[in-house]
Ligand binder design. Structure first.
Ligand code: SF4
Ligand code: SF4
Length: 112
């Protein structure tokens, strides 16, 4: 198993998760993060740190799409281990539905 980031992260991108990960397996897109499934050691410490509740274990049903997306973009986006300031409007996007369809960006983020 692995933990993965879902669309709840899109445009929230608080980055609280990256500082607690013992193996530095978060990767940064323009407006969300993903976890590298082959690097995650399933420790679970990042899950409760996410204010947007975007991080889930892939053992939960219905998350196949997110496992695929995390796998694909973890190999394309830069590694991130240091928290920066979240987007100024991050709180406005917390809990908004349909974010993937309307706001997902395949562009890479800055990384560390
Ligand atoms: S803490 Fe949650 S919302 Fe913030 S970057 Fe990590 S997964 Fe995304
Ligand atoms: S479960 Fe642990 S190893 Fe996996 S991403 Fe979260 S903090 Fe990192």
């Amino acid at each position: 198993m692995t933990y993965i980031v879902t669309d709840a992260c899109i445009r929230c991108k608080y980055m609280d998760c990256v500082e607690v990960c013992p193996v530095d397996c978060f990767y940064e897109g323009e407006n969300m993060l993903v976890i590298h499934p082959d690097e995650c050691i399933d420790c679970g410490v990042c899950e409760p740190e996410c204010p947007a509740e975007a991080i889930k274990p892939d053992t939960e049903p219905g998350l196949e799409k997110w496992l695929e997306l995390n796998t694909e973009y973890a190999s394309k986006w830069p590694n991130i281990t240091i928290k920066r300031d979240p987007p100024a409007d991050a709180d406005d996007w917390q809990g908004v539905s349909g974010k993937f369809e309307e706001h997902f960006s395949a562009e890479p983020g800055e990384g560390d």
